[in-house]
Design a protein around this ligand. Structure first.
Ligand code: 8YV
Length: 332
């Protein structure tokens, strides 16, 4: 039977896992980016002039200029990702373009990566591995004072942002014997605080000055831009470590680099950067920094789940129902 109904045009800005793309091609008039070349602002404008639905990622800046040049057929921006700081939510809302994201499905992977960095930096995992892989391998065997790092058991972990990922980090960290502290817009229920023996700090400043490890797990919003400002970073103890798997913009990266360079903090585990893909070179030069290429949610399972969520949001929306992961400007 010929299908005379025109399928909605769905433009996907980056290459997604094959199974996700196959399903999108079945359901929609999907325009895919097979060679994964990031789209320029001009490409994005061209896309929103023909797409019914745009599927961008963190690498696309869907700003006021792009959205205001969209054709009237654009009705949904179904972000492939949880953070929506790449989308101008207010402009989308004013133009009656709905926005959805993919919460929940990358919580565990991102929390795992956070925990990996919490272990890797104080225990010098990357330095140790590099020592053996160095073609001029200088390792002379075990020594009582070789490769000494710092114990994490019993140390104070301060989690900035106790949303889904913050909570998943807290659960893991507790099992490793860390003391859980947190600063968050919303205080957690008593049950959570009691079970994890978690201490809530009303004052971020006070928490920062007392922590051994700080983990950033809040979204990037206008309110959290440089939340860890130069002033606040200077409150950290010189023995403190900082881990960020959220967004680079939450930390003043240049000040962090200065503090690392001057030994004013002990180290950093960074999966995200303020001006990706650019990274302050001082961070890359330091042995006390473990830097990763924004791979917190980079598991094939997670990326397929994210694609599934994108498809579900598009389908539900186009069928005339409220998509499960609709984002409203007031939520951020
Ligand atoms: C994603 C992320 O890989 O979902 C997020 O907010 O930061 C990442 O884990 C990326 O956003 C995909 O667009």
């Amino acid at each position: 039977m010929p299908n005379s109904a025109k399928k909605p045009v769905v433009i996907v800005t980056r290459k997604l896992p094959d199974v996700v793309e196959t399903r999108m091609k079945e359901l929609f008039d999907a325009r895919l980016n097979v060679d994964d070349t990031p789209m320029s602002q001009a490409d994005l404008v061209e896309a929103v002039q023909v797409a019914d639905v745009l599927v961008p990622t963190v690498t696309d800046r869907i700003d006021r200029s792009v959205i205001s040049q969209a054709g009237s057929q654009l009705r949904l921006i179904a972000n492939f990702g949880t953070g929506v700081d790449n989308v101008d939510l207010d402009t989308a809302n004013n133009r009656a373009v709905a926005v959805t994201n993919t919460p929940g499905v990358l919580t565990e992977d991102t929390a795992d990566m956070t925990m990996a960095l919490i272990l890797a930096v104080p225990r010098r995992l990357v330095e140790g591995a590099a020592l053996l892989k160095d073609p001029n391998n200088q390792w002379k065997g075990w020594s009582p004072t070789g490769m000494l790092g710092h114990r994490i058991y019993g140390k104070r972990l301060g989690i900035v942002g106790m949303g889904r990922i913050g909570q998943a980090v807290a659960e893991r960290a507790r099992a490793f014997g860390l003391q859980i502290h947190y600063h968050s817009r919303r205080r957690m229920p008593d049950e959570f605080e009691q079970r994890l023996e978690a201490t809530h700090w009303e004052s971020l400043d006070q928490m920062l000055s007392r922590m051994d490890i700080v983990s950033v797990n809040c979204p990037h919003t206008p309110a959290t831009y440089h939340l860890l400002s130069a002033r606040r970073l200077r409150l950290l103890k010189p023995t403190a470590y900082i881990v960020n798997t959220a967004r680079g913009e939450v930390i003043d990266e240049n000040e962090l680099a200065r503090l690392i360079e001057s030994n004013s903090i002990a180290g950093a585990g960074l999966d995200v950067f303020e001006h990706e893909p650019a990274i302050n070179p001082k961070l890359l030069q330091s042995n006390r920094v473990v830097a990763l290429p924004h791979m917190g949610s980079a598991t094939i399972e997670g990326r397929i789940d994210m694609g599934e969520k994108v498809i579900l949001n598009i389908k539900t929306f186009l069928d005339g129902h409220a998509p499960p992961d609709r984002v409203h400007p007031a939520m951020f």
